[in-house]
Design a protein around this ligand. Structure first.
Ligand SMILES: [Zn+2]
Length: 159
């Protein structure tokens, strides 16, 4: 049997035709290999469009600062009760880990802080409130990130 090779347009690797997704095309196969197709399906829409969403949120935040603040407060208020218990558990656990000298998985490093990574933003959001880590919506993280970015920018300009 002849081995037919095909280049995947996603990962740019040349692979055997049979590892491509079957499609109703002339060759009978699509332009992505199964591996890429699977990855694409498994990743939620938000993850695939992270940058797009961030840009959109940034714009929205600039134009709706008051509304953003309101949503922020609303979120805090509505989640306070639900998350109280979880936060207590989380704090107790990390305290215990600390005692045992274990690494806290949610620890925030300098790089996280500088690059405004999700875990840093989430830590800020959890901070003095009763929010819980896992319940923080992506949207809220983006908002907070924008807020921190702006305040850093202002500080930078002032100094
Ligand atoms: Zn591929």
């Amino acid at each position: 049997m002849q081995v037919v090779l095909k280049k995947c347009t996603k990962c740019k690797l040349t692979k055997i035709l049979t590892v491509f997704v079957k499609r109703n095309t002339v060759s009978g196969y699509g332009s992505w290999c199964k591996e890429c197709a699977n990855k694409h399906i498994k990743q939620p829409w938000e993850k695939r469009n992270r940058k797009k969403i961030a840009v959109k949120n940034k714009k929205w935040y600039k134009n709706n600062k008051k509304e953003a603040q309101r949503r922020f407060n609303e979120y805090r208020r509505t989640h306070r009760d639900i998350c109280n218990a979880q936060v207590r558990r989380y704090k107790a656990k990390s305290k215990e880990n600390h005692k045992r000298g274990q690494k806290d998985n949610n620890r925030v490093g300098t790089k996280d802080r500088l690059m405004l990574r999700d875990r840093y933003i989430k830590k800020l959001l959890v901070g003095k409130t009763s929010l819980c880590f896992n319940d923080i919506l992506g949207e809220l993280v983006e908002l907070k990130r924008e807020q921190v970015r702006l305040s850093r920018e202002l500080k930078r300009q002032a100094s």
